[in-house]
Write a protein that binds this ligand. Structure first.
Ligand code: ADP
Ligand code: ZN
Length: 739
């Protein structure tokens, strides 16, 4: 017997490294290569795994090596799945993401296998048999074998064991004998590919000169089939989508695959409709609402190169594309591209890594690019395309600040007189108005008028938010809720609980009283609970069935509402308080995007920002509209302190069941903080959300100068403390949330 082959196999679990398995003699060693999907024993279970090998990692990072065990202890691979091997680029990408985010590669692999993971041993994709190229004279041909060979001759499609045993009256052992001898081989049964090929010339729009120039540039990049990054920055309503659709068309013509990342697929009904108008068919989708069956079909179609355009959320980056020719990240500034749980990664940044590994162009699209992206464009690391005019001659909205110190709302109310008058005028003209307030529910705080007691979540450091529609006080961080109390739970004073501050339910109540004839539509994650509900809301706006829309950040997405001419921002200051490094940047982006919904067609639009901080630079910038100038000034400030993008940042969040445990480990980390030039540790300090879902949280922040790789420092630092299993240490590289 030849000596066993031993191979590293990565399993989709939080293991730091691959395990070693041997290839039993009945499996063909030559058919195994990195990426091959196999079934292996793990404890008493059978699990799906992937043959692995080490790949190139981010600069300065290496993975720990597992020493192979004694050969007689190494278990054998059970079977090989009849699925094409994962593409090498995907394997490299998984290792890269794991190393960069300091996560177990197995957990990253789990994201990549989400399409077929339900297929472990008991449920492998259906396959059948075809004749192989092995000459028949290498075996003894019995009559039963002869029947099978004759039947399969000239047949391209495979036939299952069940079919062959029934139809030819042979036993399954005959089939296995032929397989072992290599005369027949397993092949996946053909399935109906659910995706139609988009037609690149189905409906080609007439582009403006400015659009055409940008589209041509992107098409050239696609044709080059080389890694590049381009920022497509265009004012809201400039038709950025139409421009990059042209690049998609070029990529389809080249028979390569396109991946488009959108921040929230559930809010993308208009986008999908537009794609269909342009290319005649719907694109393939990848998001969390897919059924297992849809997921499996899509995953298979991607690996078989039968999908040319796929639109997805973050995790689509981990699909097994074999011919990726273009990645587009629309609304690249959106913070929802950051995955905050499990593997903590930024889909925009990882998309660029994926494009580099795939040697294809990436296009970042936004009216309000992130500081990181804008800086890269200014330093000419990225190409920078600019669209300055709105499509069809529409003008940019006129942005005004309503100074609430000068024209405050009536006591206990939230709509200022100037906003009420402007709303009245627009509604009378038959136009649509949008009120934006980024707060769900009725009121963010409930307190006792008698004793001042504030109602807090017992499990989180957060106030309970009143939701009047459901008659509850709800914690927005966990599932906790209570009925709205009649008396103060602290001092028992009757009828003393009062709501403080507005949520959109309260604004809706006020709007109903102020504009009794308005047809109001509320848009928040409470009212739009499914993509279908969202699509219906959008339809009502398109058909002018409603004229006053009141919404949370959902309304700030890339919607195109032609009849909308007035946007009222109820509280423009919300978001500017707090110690968030990106508070100004995020507020500016959000408000600019919301404002960008106004006046996108024939009638000019206005944006009214209700604010107590009328002189704040963010308000001034919104009025003047010079977004980039503000951002470059921000950048200059960050450069001085080596803050991102001029330095590297990693947040460490220590959480535990008791405050003491969390503090102890955080303190130890503080004691062992790396002492190096160009490296600074801030903290430990209680997180702003010091208690979250019953876990006490402490934070530390590690900041290094740009040329210092942060991962090796973290590895060493984190291994210097030994924490109990109940204490969790999460690492967030390039954090964007500081809660
Ligand atoms: P942006 O994403 O830049 O905010 P959109 O892509 O949503 O802008 O374009 C705004 C509107 O103008 C959309 O309804 C879009 O279909 C339309 N549009 C843009 N460019 C063209 C064009 N060249 N021909 C026809 N319609 C266009
Ligand atoms: Zn809570």
């Amino acid at each position: 017997m030849p000596p066993s082959h031993i191979l590293p196999v990565l399993l989709p679990y939080p293991f730091k490294e691959p395990f070693y398995y041997q290839v039993p003699p009945e499996l063909e060693y030559e058919s195994l290569r990195p990426g091959t999907l196999i079934i292996v024993p793990l404890g008493s279970r059978e699990e799906m795994g992937v043959i692995w090998e080490k790949h190139s990692l981010p600069k300065g990072i290496s993975l720990p090596e597992e020493k192979p065990k004694k050969i007689n202890k190494i278990k054998s691979i059970i079977s090989i799945l009849p699925i094409p091997p994962l593409p090498t680029i995907l394997l490299e990408f998984i290792d890269w993401v794991a190393a960069y985010t300091i996560s177990p590669p197995g957990l990253v692999l789990a994201i990549a296998l989400r399409g077929i993971q339900t297929y472990a041993s008991t449920n492998v994709p259906k396959s059948g048999w075809i004749l192989s190229d092995t000459p028949i004279d290498t075996i003894r041909v019995t009559p039963a074998r002869e029947k099978i060979i004759q039947f399969l001759k000239d047949k391209e499609n495979p036939f299952t064991t069940g079919f062959l045993t029934d139809a030819l009256q042979v036993s399954s052992s005959v089939i296995q004998g032929l397989a072992k001898a290599g005369i027949i081989e397993e092949k996946l049964l053909p399935y109906h590919c659910p995706f139609l090929e988009p037609d690149p010339s189905f409906h080609i729009p007439l582009l403006s000169d400015e659009q055409q120039e940008a589209a041509n540039f992107l098409s050239v990049k696609v044709k080059e089939q080389q890694f590049s990054v381009t920022l497509l920055q265009g004012v809201t309503g400039s038709g950025k989508t139409e421009v990059y659709m042209q690049a998609i068309a070029t990529c389809i013509e080249q028979r390569q695959q396109v991946l488009i990342l959108l921040p929230e697929i559930a809010l993308s009904s208009q986008w999908i409709e537009r794609f269909e108008k342009r290319f005649g068919v719907k694109p393939a989708l990848w998001h969390s609402d897919l059924t297992n069956k849809q997921r499996k079909l899509t995953w298979q179609a991607v690996i078989n190169n039968e999908v040319s355009v796929l639109v997805g959320a973050r995790s689509a980056l981990f699909l097994p594309f074999t011919h990726l020719g273009l990645i587009i990240i629309d609304e690249e500034h959106e913070t929802s591209f950051k995955q905050e749980e499990g593997i903590i990664y930024h889909a925009r940044d990882m998309a660029i890594v994926r494009a580099r590994l795939s040697n294809c162009p990436a296009v970042l699209v936004s009216a309000t690019p992130s500081l990181e992206t804008l800086t890269n464009a200014y330093h000419q690391k990225y190409h920078h395309l600019t669209l300055t005019a709105r499509h069809g001659g529409a003008s940019m909205p006129d942005v005004q600040v309503v100074d609430l110190r000068a024209t405050p709302p009536h006591r206990g109310l939230f709509l200022s007189p100037p906003l009420i008058i402007a709303t009245q005028q627009r509604l009378e003209k038959g136009e649509q108005v949008l009120y934006f307030l980024n707060r769900r529910g009725y009121a963010p705080l409930t307190l006792c008028r008698a004793c001042g007691h504030r109602l807090e979540c017992p499990h989180c450091s957060a106030w309970l938010v009143e939701h009047r529609r459901t008659q509850r006080l709800v914690c927005h961080h966990c599932e906790y809720f209570i009925p709205i109390p009649k008396e103060c739970p602290y001092c028992d004073a009757p009828d003393s609980m009062v709501p403080i501050g507005p949520g959109i339910e309260r604004i809706t109540e006020e709007a109903r009283a102020t504009f009794p004839d308005a047809k109001i539509l509320v848009m928040s994650s409470d009212s739009l609970t499914s993509p279908k509900a969202t699509a219906e809301a959008i339809r009502q706006i398109d058909q002018k069935e409603v004229n006053l829309i009141i919404g949370t950040q959902i309304v700030a997405k890339g919607w195109h509402f032609p009849f909308l001419t007035l946007v009222g921002v109820i509280d423009a200051d919300l978001g500017l308080s707090g110690a968030d490094l990106r508070a100004s940047e995020k507020t500016l982006q959000l408000l600019h995007q919301v404002g960008g919904r106004a006046g996108r067609a024939h009638s000019a639009g206005i944006v009214m920002l209700q604010s107590y901080l009328a002189d704040h630079p963010v308000m001034e910038t919104l009025v003047k509209g010079d977004f980039n100038e503000f951002m470059l000034q921000e950048a200059a400030e960050r450069q001085m302190g080596f803050w991102p993008p001029y330095g590297r940042l990693a947040a460490i969040i220590v959480s535990a069941d008791t405050s003491d445990e969390a503090m102890q480990i955080a303190y130890e980390l503080g004691q062992n903080a790396p002492q190096m030039e160009g490296v600074i540790v801030l903290g430990p300090a209680p997180a702003p959300l010091a208690l979250l879902r019953n876990r006490y949280r402490q934070r530390l922040l590690l900041r290094t100068q740009k040329h210092i790789a942060i991962q090796p420092i973290l590895h060493q630092w984190l291994s210097s403390v030994k924490a109990k299993k109940s204490v969790k240490i999460d690492v967030d590289i390039d954090p964007i949330s500081f809660l």
